[in-house]
Design a protein around this ligand. Structure first.
Ligand SMILES: Nc1ncnc2c1ncn2[C@@H]1O[C@H](COP(=O)(O)OP(=O)(O)OP(=O)(O)O)[C@@H](O)[C@H]1O
Length: 466
């Protein structure tokens, strides 16, 4: 169990901030009574204990200056407050915790700043070890060190006198307080978690049990298979040994077999040759027979003479073959020439056709020309062209006549043109004269009309003038 030894307070409420004003309170076992008149600081001691152990300031101390000694009282701009507590933690180790604050007087209000705290521990050898940390961490550390929960410290051990009537509060608030103190919510949650964990673990165990059954079956099967395998392996070894012995016996037999095979191949080859030669012999005999049948005059000379005759015959055959190839060559050249001539012939035939067409056109033109000559001769009374054949002589005479006629007509035309030009000049003079007269007449008409309009307008102003 943890126990509080002593506490020093400085700069809290009526406790002054100077070092000489620092107060140290010693706590006794099993009980410490604090007595004093009103306003001497009894509540402040409890508040300081609550603050140093839990980090919670007294109610109404939200305004900075309320808990820390007022800077106005100290005639300072800033006041530093410090609380130190020496205690033995649950393991009996001596621990010192220190928390500090500063209150600064601003223009209208006092602001409070909480500084980092320090926890110092002394181990069994008497060595000190300090840990400086944030307030929240110190709060956690203190709860662990004292072995008492924060709600118990706040509401039971260091309960402020202004909050001491919480046991008389309404149902829900009261329940919440008790839940906090006994941490029942946490236990309920923990129990729920444990229950869920148990359920999940139960199901896992169930699964494992089923799996174990299967695994056991598998194991039995595996051991059975292992036995079978061993048996098969021993059989395999025995079989391998017998195979090896058979293989060793087989080697000479295989050698002999391969020798026999080679010999059998030779025999087969020889048999094939015999069959082939026999059939060749038969074929030759048949050929000889046929040749003997066809021979009318059998050659009576020796083989040498026959060879010579054969050679002569072959030479003759060669000569004939050469002559034949020459004829073939000539025939090919003649065929080529014939082809070219046919081509030329077809071209000439084409030209003949064209020329015949042109001759026809020419004859038609001659006929038309003769008709026109006859018509022209009749029209211009050329004699000797009517009803006779138009020869070249006639044609030239006709052209001469035409030329003469044309010259006569041109001369007449020129004379006529001169006459017409003279007549035109005269007519133009007449026209100019007439135009002049016309202009004069129009002017006189205009003057007369104006005069008539004026004379009629004086008589009747509304009559229309045409
Ligand atoms: N911020 C402050 N600065 C300086 N002094 C303060 C400050 N706040 C409170 N005080 C003084 O601290 C004292 C409060 O003391 P406290 O309430 O602890 O006395 P008490 O012994 O518990 O009194 P009671 O028996 O009446 O409860 C008062 O004298 C008050 O004037």
């Amino acid at each position: 169990m943890s126990s509080i030894d002593k506490m020093s307070v400085q700069g809290i409420r009526s406790f002054g901030p100077d070092d000489k004003e620092k107060q140290i309170i010693q706590f006794f076992t099993p009980l410490t009574l604090i007595l004093g008149p009103n306003g001497t600081g009894k509540t402040t001691v409890i508040e300081a204990l609550k603050y140093i152990t839990t980090g919670v300031m007294p109610p109404g101390a939200t305004r900075g200056g309320a808990f820390v000694h007022d800077p106005k009282f100290a005639n300072e701009r800033e006041v530093k407050a410090q609380i130190r507590l020496q205690f033995h933690d649950v393991s009996g180790q001596m621990t010192i915790v220190q928390r500090s604050m500063t209150a600064t007087q601003k223009l209208k209000q006092v602001t409070l700043k909480t500084l980092d705290g320090v926890i110092t521990r002394r181990n069994a050898a008497g060595e000190k070890k300090s840990i400086s940390s944030k307030c929240a961490e110190i709060d956690k550390e203190m709860i662990t060190a004292l072995g008492v929960s924060k709600p118990v410290l706040e509401n039971v051990i260091f309960c402020h006198q202004e909050e001491a009537n919480w046991p008389l509060s309404e149902g829900k608030q009261l329940k919440d307080k008790f839940d906090d103190i006994f941490a029942s919510t946490r236990y309920v949650k923990a129990l729920e978690t444990i229950r869920k964990l148990k359920m999940s673990q139960d199901s896992t165990v169930k699964e494992y049990r089923i799996e174990t059954t299967y695994l056991k079956q598998h194991k039995d099967k595996a051991s059975q298979l292992e036995g079978d395998l061993n048996e098969v392996q021993s059989k395999l070894i025995a079989s391998k040994e017998s195979v090896n012995s058979i293989v060793s016996k087989l080697d000479p037999i295989e050698n002999k077999l391969s020798q026999i095979g080679a010999k059998s191949d030779d025999i087969y080859r020889l048999q094939n040759n015999i069959t082939k030669h026999t059939s060749e012999k038969k074929e030759m005999e048949r050929t000889v027979e046929e040749l003997q049948k066809n021979i009318e005059n059998e050659f009576q000379g020796s083989v040498e003479e026959l060879k010579r005759v054969l050679a002569e015959f072959q030479n003759k055959v060669q000569e004939r073959e050469d002559t034949l190839s020459q004829f073939k060559q000539q025939s090919r050249e003649l065929e080529r020439e014939c082809e070219q001539l046919n081509k030329k012939k077809s071209e000439l035939l084409l030209q003949v056709g064209k020329l015949e067409q042109e001759a026809q056109v020419h004859d038609d033109n001659i006929t038309k020309r003769n008709i026109l000559i006859e018509q022209f001769a009749d029209k211009y009374q050329f004699e000797g062209f009517s009803g006779c054949e138009i020869t070249d002589e006639k044609y030239r005479s006709f052209i001469e006549n035409v030329r003469n006629k044309l010259e006569t007509m041109v001369t007449e035309g020129k004379n006529l043109k001169v006459d017409f030009e003279e007549k035109e000049k005269k007519v133009q003079l007449k026209i100019d004269e007439l135009k002049e007269n016309k202009t004069k007449l129009e002017q006189s008409e205009h003057i007369k009309r104006n005069m008539m309009v004026r004379s009629v307008g004086k008589k009747c102003p509304y009559s229309k003038v045409d």
